[in-house]
Design a protein around this ligand. Structure first.
Ligand SMILES: *Cc1c(COP(=O)(O)O)cnc(C)c1O
Length: 223
């Protein structure tokens, strides 16, 4: 695999030219702890995982001051395993999950509400129409703070379509932030992955979640 540091520096330059504050979450779900450590040594401070086992294993093997992000679908019965180990949860999308977080969390959990802006059936997330009402309903849970919204763009070569999805999320985020709900400052936008992070940054992302294009994927040959 190619060294991470030059890749990260190039990525950082690209992003800084568009939006200097954007945070890079290195999604390490497909690589091992050594490779994750290499990302941290390159200066990355946000690490993302999408399985409880993967997150806990990386935390056992890595001793560094990083922020841990849980970016995948989270089964309700797995909440207790990870909820007190993460700094950010990117996939809050249903009341049953919120209830379980309320029950299991020791402290307030910083959450992104996941929105299925594209409306694809295969994707999780609340619909754009339901998003504001869902966020409002979370006020009953004092262990949940809605820091922002998260979405995944469709897998397509149609950049205009991808852009529309990111714009849609931004519009919702602004609408919700404007309500000034104390439990939901909703200032952040988690959007953009390996194939579309530049579009996401152009459309206002504050966190991009990048795996393959930064740390690599399982299928890539060593060396
Ligand atoms: C895997 C994953 C990513 C990173 O995907 P890449 O295309 O490898 O950059 C980002 N967000 C979520 C929710 C993921 O599951």
């Amino acid at each position: 695999m190619k060294p991470i540091k030059p890749k990260y520096n190039a990525l950082r330059q690209q992003l800084d030219a568009i939006r200097p504050g954007v945070q890079v979450v290195a999604v390490t779900k497909q690589v091992d702890a050594d490779r994750t450590q290499e990302a941290i040594d390159a200066g990355i401070i946000h690490i993302g995982e999408n399985r409880p086992e993967g997150l806990l294993r990386k935390q056992r093997e890595i001793d560094a001051e990083v922020k841990w992000h849980y970016v995948g679908n989270l089964q309700t019965r797995k909440v207790k395993e990870i909820i007190n180990e993460v700094d950010f949860l990117h996939s809050l999308d249903r009341d049953s999950l919120a209830k379980e977080i309320q029950k299991r969390a020791d402290d307030v959990v910083r959450c992104f509400v996941q929105v299925n802006v594209s409306g694809e059936e295969s994707k999780s997330g609340v619909s754009s129409e339901e998003a504001a009402e869902f966020v409002q309903s979370l006020a009953q849970y004092d262990k949940i703070q809605v820091v922002g919204l998260m979405t995944m763009a469709p897998i397509t070569k149609d950049e205009e379509l991808i852009r529309q999805v990111f714009r849609g999320l931004k519009k919702l985020q602004v609408e919700i932030a404007d309500k000034n709900w104390p439990h939901a400052p909703c200032k952040e936008l988690s959007m953009g992955m390996s194939g579309d992070y530049l579009i996401a940054a152009e459309e206002g992302a504050s966190f991009v979640r990048i795996g393959t294009a930064l740390v690599g994927a399982e299928s890539e040959a060593e060396g």
